[in-house]
Design a protein around this ligand. Structure first.
Ligand code: C5P
Length: 211
């Protein structure tokens, strides 16, 4: 079974995807981490994230980079959003994500285009979203716990900028697949969000024709 979990930054999709993977005993891939690694590698190379050649060269990042704590920073998130615009970068990362999705037994993947591009045949598609204010608040509390000096207003501005870039890009823009179940986590805590996602998955499985 493939479960595709898409949605904007800080919507809670990562927590939901991890929880579903654990619940169903499936491997999980956070595809945002791949784009973050490309963004970080461009920076390490001294390249320009807005230049397709520089971003493409960075897709050859070393596997060890995926464990770099810097990948979780807001700065790297911004770089990831810039490199992810280039079709050549998306193509370079496609095969790896596709292979992960198609492994025997299935998988859970979270990102922006899993249900639309990477695994359009996924049995279950969730689109996890929340208001920009709720997402900024969550991200702010996370960053504060990590000791990072940012204000909630700065995070909110940054999220709006990234949402605009993610939803308006020509290739694989962030959008809910026509057959995705939408989960709005604005007023849900992480337990409620997971319960609501699990209920949506079970409903989707009940309705899907037997394989
Ligand atoms: O989900 P996360 O915030 O880690 O993703 C970072 C950036 O990577 C996003 O803003 C988005 O631009 C890009 N991304 C993407 N496609 C994916 C996953 C992430 O374009 N499947």
């Amino acid at each position: 079974m493939i479960i595709a979990v898409d949605g904007p930054t800080a919507s809670g999709k990562g927590t939901i995807a991890k929880g579903l993977a654990l619940h169903f005993g499936l491997p999980h891939l956070d595809t945002g981490l791949l784009y973050r690694a490309v963004g970080r590698q461009v920076q390490l190379n001294g390249g320009d994230p807005d230049q397709s050649v520089d971003a493409l060269a960075a897709t050859g990042f070393a596997e060890s980079l995926l464990a770099d704590p810097e990948l979780r920073s807001e700065e790297t998130g911004g770089l990831a959003s810039r490199v992810s615009i280039h079709p050549a970068v998306r193509e370079a990362l496609y095969e790896r994500q596709r292979r992960f999705a198609m492994q025997p037994g299935g998988a859970v993947l979270d990102g922006r285009d899993i249900g639309t591009v990477i695994a359009p045949e996924a049995e279950v598609k969730l689109f996890v979203t929340a208001s920009v204010e709720a997402r900024a608040r969550r991200r702010y509390l996370e960053m504060r716990d990590l000791g990072r000096a940012v204000t909630q207003a700065e995070i909110e501005d940054d999220l709006r900028r990234r949402d605009r870039r993610d939803t308006t890009r020509a290739t694989a823009p962030l959008t809910a697949a026509a057959d995705a179940r939408v989960i709005d986590t604005s007023s849900l805590d992480r337990h409620e969000a997971f319960a609501s996602a699990l209920a949506a998955v079970e409903e989707a499985l009940d309705r899907s024709p037997p394989a």
